[in-house]
Design a protein. Structure first.
Length: 428
């Protein structure tokens, strides 16, 4: 019996694709191992957003091939680096071929592998499929693949292609299945959730969310990343939906820069004023909304004034979560041809942004001192701790030896404030 090992990198959608591949492999009667040394076949679901991540995956592949291992490389890397990835014992599975994992394994076993067959472009609906997840109480549901953007720095759009929204009825059924299986958190994910349905010039996310909210069960919905230009199209409807008691008050709006000049160079299709309009509207109607955002530091042409504009926007947004990336040129993108900012300047700015965000987090946490209330416990933490969220999507680290709290709604009291989480204990 084949022993298959899985390793996943990148976004939530990527991890969901790995869950699906695991489910299909298990359904086919094959064994999944957590021991890399025992694996007959290693599946690496790759990410190419950042150069360091891609290089880490390349080094891992080189090391494993030297050990005589057979590797299936899935995810974004195969389509972008197809010609550079022609190696013995390295088998490619394109981003839109996750459902072909079992057939690929059969072809490898029968020495009948044809790389082109598993790399060509096609639409694939990654939903309503068997899946194996590390998290029993979190159900990840992809609602689309690709995007309609043309950001000058982004290599993912070259790998995933144009927007392809999955049928609403299939998404609804997938969520129903997750809820029936006991999931307490439903994560809606894609490259840009706000663009759902927009390939047909419709903004269908509000309609989809309303349908999901009608599903019976005790669960919360978390909406993943949404680009500002598409959020603006559905802003009033979206805010009303967020008021629903089943909605996590979690808003992920990637800004990338606070400078209109840089946003234009990035081809981001919105201005800083648009971001502020969205944030102010949400914070007015939902005061405790948790803001998450993304910033690229050192984009080509970024001056000190541009960077100060970014700091200013971050201050006004007051995000609890900030994913900071230093600019890395990605091959085949327009930004790769632009003159780079001095690396030492980029490092200095990155430190300054991180320092600002730490100050924001420490300030935000003050209002939660000695807070008491209900949280959903969805994940196991280290040792005798569990990870939980309340309706505002605050992260609580709950100290408890009681394993039965996992998956339940419990009462907790905050005992200690940390910059990015709240250490808590169970109360009655």
């Amino acid at each position: 019996m084949l022993e298959i090992y899985f390793e996943s990198y990148g976004c939530t959608a990527n991890h969901n694709s790995t869950e699906i591949m695991k489910g299909l492999v298990k359904q086919a009667g094959l064994n999944i191992t957590s021991n890399l040394k025992l694996a007959d076949l290693i599946v690496i679901n790759s990410c190419i957003v950042k150069e360091p991540t891609e290089e880490k995956i390349r080094r891992k592949i080189t090391e494993l091939l030297k050990q005589g291992k057979k590797i299936i490389l899935a995810g974004c890397m195969p389509r972008i680096n197809y010609k550079k990835l022609q190696e013995s014992n390295l088998f490619l599975l394109g981003i839109n071929h996750a459902k072909d994992i079992v057939k690929l394994i059969q072809d490898i076993q029968e020495d009948n592998y044809d790389s082109q067959k598993y790399i060509d472009d096609k639409h694939e609906i990654k939903i309503n499929l068997p899946k194996i997840s590390k998290e029993k109480f979190i159900g990840i549901n992809q609602i689309s693949e690709g995007c309609l953007g043309s950001c000058s720095y982004c290599i993912v759009r070259l790998a995933k292609g144009k927007l392809f929204s999955y049928p609403q009825e299939k998404i609804i059924q997938s969520v129903k299945d997750d809820v029936a299986a006991g999931c307490r958190e439903i994560w809606i994910t894609s490259q840009d959730n706000a663009s759902y349905g927009n390939e047909d010039e419709e903004y269908s996310l509000p309609k989809l969310l309303k349908e999901i909210l009608e599903i019976k069960g005790n669960f919360f919905i978390r909406i993943g990343m949404m680009n500002p230009n598409n959020v603006l199209k559905i802003l009033p409807e979206l805010i009303e939906i967020y008021k629903h008691p089943k909605m996590f008050k979690f808003l992920h709006i990637p800004i990338q820069s606070g400078s209109n000049k840089i946003l234009k160079a990035m081809n981001r299709k919105y201005k800083r004023e648009d971001v502020l309009k969205i944030i102010k509207a949400f914070q007015k109607e939902i005061p405790n909304v948790t803001i998450s955002s993304d910033v690229i530091v050192g984009f080509p042409g970024e001056t000190e004034k541009d960077f100060q504009d970014t700091l200013d926007l971050v201050k006004k947004m007051n995000p609890e979560i900030l994913n900071r990336s230093n600019f890395y040129e990605r091959p085949g993108t327009p930004a790769a041809k632009l003159k780079k900012v001095n690396p030492e300047v980029v490092k200095k700015r990155a430190v300054e942004l991180s320092k600002l965000h730490l100050e924001i987090c420490n300030q935000n946490q003050q209002k939660w001192e000695n807070w008491e209330g209900k949280v959903i416990v969805s994940q196991k933490g280290f040792e005798n701790t569990y990870l939980a969220r309340n309706n505002e999507y605050k992260l609580f680290v709950v100290q408890s030896k009681d394993k039965s709290i996992l998956g339940k709604t419990i009462n907790v009291k905050v005992k200690r404030l940390m910059p990015h989480y709240l250490i808590s204990e169970v109360t009655k």
